[in-house]
Write a protein that binds this ligand. Sequence first.
Ligand code: GLN
Length: 377
Amino acid sequence: LRSKLPHIPTTIFTVMSRLAAECGAINLSQGSPDFEVDQELKDLVNHYVQAGYNQYAPMTGVKALREAIAAKKQRLYGCHLDPDTEITVTNGATEAIFSAISSLVHPGDEVIVFEPAYDNYVPTIRLNGGVVIPLRLKSPDYRIDWDEVRSSLSPSTRMIMINTPHNPSGTSLRPEDMAALQEIVADSNILILSDEVYQHLVYDGRQHESILRYPELYRRAIVTMSFGKTFHATGWRAGYAIAPPEITAEIRKVHQFNTFSINRPLQHALADYLAEPAHYLSLPGFFQRKRDLFLSAMAGTPFEFLDCAGTYFALASYQRISEKGDQEFARWLTREKGVAVIPISSFYTDGTDERIVRFCFAKTDEALLAAAEKLRW
Ligand code: GLN
């Protein structure tokens, strides 16, 4: 068999969650909440199932949902989106990213990716014949070196992928980053794929720098977002891609033959639920409290945490504990200490190992405190 992705292992999220289950460990690895979806939203889904909304949704997504998304973006980011031509509902942001790259990246096109990078970016680019240009975010603060971006551009540069707030580092882009990006892509045909699934998880009073706030960037961009991350429902696989009409038309050509459309009753339920802004405006406070609870409990352990300005992930160095590589350490921690984490080397094309692991704090307070207790040494 001639593999199309010969060096790609099973995703680390599957590996670590499986190991956590086998060992009965507290699972702080995969980024998914261990608490429930709001009862009101569950009731809405039940309602639409019972009311008979059970056949194919429109290929582009249920209109009421696309309208609700457009209204929300206008409120949050001051942009005017046409729900018919600029928003496509997808099977999670993962499908949005896949459909965007498949439809826009030609064989031989270069795509700039910042590492550590979420693990579906690189395989998706390569599967489509794209050439990955990995640039390193420098620890401890994981900022983008825009001079390095400038010097990495070539006539083949087709796309720059950004992710803010950033998984796994928890950093988020600032206005000066957006200005640098704007200056770099001006007068070029470079597209921007902006993965913003953690748009609501920005802390300490900071504002989320969405591409949607920057018309000069948006006109060449695809923005991917997620209901799973936003409403604690990762198992629903519901997300969307926002892009100007010309780009959206291309994305839909792939989306229609990839998944065609997604789960219909959910879409109607989400449309109703989005009408109440408190449902998403409460999220930064909700997760900031979890971050603070977790970090203060973990202060009693030998882990050294890096700053976390966004997402529901926190990175920590374990240099005081072990000399092991991060893959081995994460497995050892799961088996021996009963807490599962993600080794960050999985987010580098060259396996860079800085002996840092990622903790997910989208968990009940009890699970977070119990994990900290197990890691006291
Ligand atoms: N986005 C999640 C994370 O970073 C994982 C998603 C998945 O398991 N596919 O942990």
